[in-house]
Ligand binder design. Structure first.
Ligand SMILES: Nc1nc2c(ncn2[C@@H]2O[C@H](COP(=O)(O)OP(=O)(O)OP(=O)(O)O)[C@@H](O)[C@H]2O)c(=O)[nH]1
Ligand SMILES: [Mg+2]
Length: 298
């Protein structure tokens, strides 16, 4: 009687410190690249919904920025975004990085989870980087710190225990309606996704302070004849020295970012894309409330 089975749905927050693998987990669970992933901490800056629809359930996973001790207004805003998500969800997935143990920032998040008084699952992620026995002390410590429904060692990178996690998530969700059409896998617009794809390439190719100072604004996104999309995007940085790095010798760096982003964009849009990239300096935009608003971070 499959058709008589109850349908479950709900909202699931994915939270944790920067770089523990939240976006990788989201992408694995949804089966689509919803959020960008890089080796650099503080990659995700928005609340991003990734929607998984099955015959028996619809799960709306919410990827969040890594919760950290902020050093500027951007950090403050995005950390707040992550904290606020806890209020609106049915279930929390809290992720630890097995290679880092439980840090003081993790302790702050444990306390947020405690205060939220929601059912929660703890993941000990990146288990592929350590022998499984090293997860045991973390599992014990996690159990002591909160009454988690489950504590699961995972590797989002190679998919270990992702099915087990999804099974548990659906088990704990309430009966509910389908919030989104079957084909929709995110709440974000094409423009947002394209901006993120450009930012991902800029982050991958730069180092130290530069990635943190990068933001992307899509200034134009127009459909042209013959399935072509014209996209004009500005990569904002905070200083002239950073602009020089992003443009590169004879424009080589910007060209690499553009070529690499365009490949992903075309695949995602399933259309040809003409990508025009500019680099502009907006001094200390991470501390400027108006700039944060313009860039979609407020
Ligand atoms: N070896 C290994 N690497 C992983 C795993 N999960 C994620 N990573 C890597 O860890 C890095 C950070 O992953 P993200 O998914 O961007 O982490 P995040 O928690 O979303 O980070 P922020 O958005 O900065 O908060 C990337 O290089 C991933 O490829 C894992 O299970 N094993
Ligand atoms: Mg992320």
């Amino acid at each position: 009687m499959a058709d008589k089975k109850t349908f479950k749905s709900g909202f699931v927050a994915i939270i944790g410190r920067p770089n523990v693998g939240k976006s990788t987990v989201l992408n694995r669970l949804v089966g689509e690249k919803v959020a960008i992933v890089t080796q650099k901490p503080e990659t995700t800056r928005n609340k991003i919904q990734g929607i998984l629809t099955r015959d028996d359930a619809q799960v709306v996973f919410i990827d969040t920025p890594g919760i950290h001790k902020p050093t500027n207004l951007l950090g403050k805003q995005i950390t707040q975004v992550a904290k606020d998500v806890l209020i609106e969800v049915d279930l929390i997935v809290f992720i630890l990085d097995v290679t880092k143990g439980i840090t003081s920032e993790d302790m702050i998040i444990f306390n947020l989870v405690k205060a939220a008084k929601k059912p929660a699952i703890l993941l000990i992620n990146k288990i592929d980087l350590r022998s499984k026995s090293l997860a045991l002390p973390l599992i014990e410590e996690g159990a002591r710190l909160y009454d988690f429904r489950d504590i699961i060692p995972t590797s989002a990178a190679n998919g270990d225990n992702m099915d087990a996690l999804l099974k548990k998530v659906i088990e704990y969700l309430p009966e509910g309606p389908k919030y989104f059409p079957d084909s929709q896998f995110t709440d974000k617009t094409e423009q947002f996704m394209v901006g993120e794809m450009i930012r991902e390439k800029a982050l991958e190719l730069t180092h130290e302070e530069v990635p943190h100072s990068v933001a992307v604004l899509i200034e134009e996104f127009t459909e042209r004849p013959k399935k072509l999309v014209y996209i004009r995007a500005v990569i904002y940085v905070e200083r002239h020295s950073q602009k020089k790095i992003l443009v590169g010798h004879k424009g080589q760096m910007l060209k690499s970012i553009g070529e690499s982003a365009r490949r992903d964009i075309q695949k995602f849009l399933n259309r040809h894309a003409y990508l025009e990239l500019w680099v502009k300096v907006h001094e200390n935009w991470r501390k400027d409330p108006n700039a944060l608003k313009m860039l979609g971070y407020a």
